[in-house]
Ligand binder design. Structure first.
Ligand SMILES: *Cc1c(COP(=O)(O)O)cnc(C)c1O
Length: 394
């Protein structure tokens, strides 16, 4: 059932599901398979990978009904023509860029992108003779000044990694459209529950489903949704690269998707409480969260987003690494680890300047990035409070 008149919360539960095709089962089961046989030569020859509408299956690499259920659901939620699953969020990023950038092209990339996205641009795109230029995420319509005749795509991520600057996506899209430039955005932080960039004119949306969609820290998964013009191009790039996701991981993505809207709203609620508490905390220099007024692009966030998720940063006075260890090592609920979007709370120290080249991060202090999980908020506050005390007492 894909019905645009229904609200996003309802669609997250129903999109991509057709129990009547699954003998009445509510969920599309895990279909395993590589070989898919045809009964006749005519049937064999009639199958085409474009035939997703009737769920044509040619070969396991292109997916099974489990895969199609997730891809259809995410396409519906993001408001795109089609969805694609990939083995990781980074694979979704790299495949969407490789689909459009060709030798001799110029590509514009937000300076605040996820670190490994930058790594791919600097190492792989550059070696393909594609010129990569990083831009200030707050550039807005001034991006026109750095576009060139050979600019092929603009890559956005909003809010940005580590420091959460919110980009003026409609302003950038207007410039891109006037110059026939493809726009790609990383929508991992907000998910389609809170932000639907294709509705703002972006061509391709990329999600690290490893984070909130899977939501339980137990699978790696990437998703891409594209508009009608760009979907076949990304699809063909994914297929030509041989990227395919195991059905069990797809199933975990589907399962996570069904509860995404309630989980992310609870993350939002708890995170806002903790972010505001930290904002008024005497030992905290600054809190970086799109829903707080000091965040660059806060007004844009209010205009374009329907909510905020569980990842943000705050800064403490700079001290030694030993002080940081005294704060972090004994923490009871916040664990140190990369990734986020699962049910549990996480904390890592961060150094934004290490991954910036077009802008400089000149804010004082030690940046700490947290993911607020679904534990009790008072328990989380106590764990953080005790950690901050240990840091300053060290
Ligand atoms: C984690 C992350 C990715 C990469 O996802 P993986 O599944 O870990 O490869 C991409 N973009 C953003 C913003 C992320 O946080």
């Amino acid at each position: 059932m894909n019905d645009k008149s229904l609200k996003i919360q309802t669609r997250a539960l129903h999109s991509g599901r057709r129990p009547s095709d699954q003998r009445g089962l509510v969920n599309t089961p895990v279909y395993r398979g590589s070989t898919i046989v045809s009964e006749t030569l005519k049937e064999l020859r009639s199958k085409t990978i474009a035939d997703r509408e009737i769920g044509a299956m040619i070969y396991g690499r292109f997916g099974t009904p489990t895969t199609f259920a997730l891809e259809d659901a995410i396409a519906d939620l993001e408001g795109g023509h089609g969805g694609l699953s990939l083995p990781s969020g980074l694979a979704a990023v790299t495949t969407s860029l490789l689909a459009f950038a060709k030798p001799g092209d110029h590509v514009l990339v937000a300076d605040t992108v996820y670190g490994p996205t930058r790594g791919f641009c600097n190492r792989m795109l550059t070696s393909l003779q594609i010129e990569v230029e990083f831009y200030d995420p707050m550039i807005g319509s001034d991006i026109d000044r750095i576009c060139r005749p050979n600019t092929q795509c603009i890559f956005l991520e909003s809010p940005g990694s580590l420091t959460f600057e919110v980009q003026d996506v409609p302003a950038i899209v207007a410039v891109a459209k006037s110059r026939n430039i493809v726009t790609i955005i990383d929508n991992t932080w907000a998910t389609p529950i809170f932000y639907r960039p294709l509705e703002l004119g972006v061509n391709v949306s990329v999600i690290a489903a490893t984070k909130y969609v899977v939501g339980h820290a137990d699978a790696m998964l990437g998703l891409i949704v594209a508009d009608e013009e760009h979907y076949p191009i990304v699809r063909s790039c994914r297929d030509v690269l041989g990227q395919s996701v195991a059905p069990d991981d797809i199933y975990l993505g589907l399962r996570g998707l069904r509860t995404l809207s309630v989980r992310i709203k609870q993350h939002e609620h708890q995170t806002l409480e903790i972010a505001k508490w930290l904002e008024s905390h005497e030992d905290v220099i600054e809190v970086f969260h799109p829903a707080l007024t000091n965040c660059p692009g806060h007004e844009i966030w209010k205009r374009d987003f329907e909510g905020s998720s569980g990842l943000f940063s705050f800064s403490l006075k700079s001290k030694s690494d030993d002080a940081l260890a005294a704060m972090l090592d004994p923490m009871k609920l916040f664990s140190m680890g990369y990734s986020w979007g699962g049910f549990e709370s996480l904390i890592v120290p961060a150094n934004p300047q290490a991954t910036r080249s077009a802008t400089t991060w000149s804010k004082p202090g030690q940046l700490i990035r947290v993911h607020i999980g679904l534990e009790n908020v008072d328990d989380l506050k106590r764990d953080l409070e005790q950690g901050i005390q240990r840091y300053y007492e060290y």
